[in-house]
Design a protein around this ligand. Sequence first.
Ligand SMILES: NC(=O)c1ccc[n+]([C@@H]2O[C@H](COP(=O)([O-])OP(=O)(O)OC[C@H]3O[C@@H](n4cnc5c(N)ncnc54)[C@H](OP(=O)(O)O)[C@@H]3O)[C@@H](O)[C@H]2O)c1
Length: 337
Amino acid sequence: MVKARKYVVKKYFEGVPKRSDYEIVEYELPPLKVGEVLVKTEWVSVDPYLRIYHKVHQLPYDQFSNQVGIVEQSKDPNYPVGTRIVSHKGWCDYAVINTAKVEPEDYLDVKYKLPDLKGMSPSIGLGTAGMPGVSAYFAFLELCQPKAGETVVVTGAAGAVGSIVGQIAKIKGCNVIGFAGSDDKVKWLEKELGFDKAFNYKTTDIQKALKAAAPNGVDCFFDNVGGEMCSIIVGQMNRKGRVAVCGYVGSYNEELTEQPKATILHPSIVLNELRIEGFVARSWLDRWPEAIEQLITWIKNGQLKPTEHVTVGFDKIFDAFVGMLAGENAGKAVVKV
Ligand SMILES: NC(=O)c1ccc[n+]([C@@H]2O[C@H](COP(=O)([O-])OP(=O)(O)OC[C@H]3O[C@@H](n4cnc5c(N)ncnc54)[C@H](OP(=O)(O)O)[C@@H]3O)[C@@H](O)[C@H]2O)c1
C-alpha cells in the first residue's frame, strides 16, 4: 500500500483563496489494476484557471492542475517504470493513472508522456513546452496572425503565457510592447526577453504610454488580463487589428457580478473592423505536439527563454498559487514536490 497526500478544496473561494479553503488529506492508494501506473509527483503547476474553475466542481474536490510524475510501478507495458507523464492529477504527491486514451473534451483526464525535452528540467513540460507554451503559440499565431513589422501588445507580459507570446512575436519580426506589474518585470522584459518596450501598468498612464510607444497604432493584441486596460488598448488598434483573448486574470478574484465593465469598445471594433477571438487551450489538444516540438526547437536554438519561478515543497503549493495570483512570479510558476 502506498500512502499519498493531496490538497482537497473544501470551501469555494471568496476573493483571494485562503489556506483554510483547503485541507491536506492523507490516504492509501488502492493496488494497481491492469492498465494503470503509479506515479510519484515531481512537479506541480499552479495556474490562474484553478481560481476560476472552482465552482465547476461539487465540494469537496481534489485540487486539479497539470503535473509531471515519474512511473514507480506499472501495469501497462507502454508506460514502464521511469516514464514521465504529464497529467491533470493536480496537487498530490502520488497518483494512480489509468493510461487509457481520453477524449479531448475531458480536460480533467489529460495525460501524455512527457515529450523529449533534450536534457531540460521536466518542469519545462508544464510551462514553455506545456499548456502555457501551447496557448501562447496557437492563440498568438493562429488568432492574431502576426506579420513582420506589425506592432503587438501583450498584457500579463511577464507571466508564463505572456512572456512566451512576446518572445514568439520577436521571432516573427514584430515590434512588441508589454504590460506587467512591477519595475523589475519591466526591466526583465526589455533587457532579457527582447521586448521593444514594457510598462508597469500599476504606475503608468496606459493610454499615454501606449500612444507614445506605438504612434502608428496596434495591430495585434494578446489579452491575458481584461478590464479597463483591455478597453484602452483596443481603443488604439489599427484597421483590421486582431485580438486574442486568452484570459482575464485581472478579475479572477472577483465574483462574476462584480467584474469590471469594459468601456468604449464598440466604436473601435466596428469602425476598425477588428477581429476579437477567445481561446481555450484544450480545444487545440490534437495539435499540441506540433507546438511543443517547435517551442523546444526555439529554446534549443536560443531564440526562446523558458523562464520559471520555482517554489520548493509539497506544503508550499498553496503559497505558490496565491503568490502567482498576486504577481510574485516572472515566467511559469511551478512547485518542485
Ligand atoms: N484560455 C486558455 O486556454 C488559457 C491557457 C493558459 C492561460 N490562460 C490565461 O492566460 C493568463 C495568464 O496565465 P499564466 O498561466 O501565464 O499566468 P501568469 O501570467 O504566469 O500569472 C498570473 C499573473 O497575473 C498577473 N495579475 C494578477 N492580478 C492582476 C491584475 N489585477 N491585473 C493585471 N495582471 C494581474 C500577475 O502579474 P503582474 O505582476 O503583471 O500583475 C501574475 O503574475 C491568465 O488569464 C490565464 O487564465 C488561458
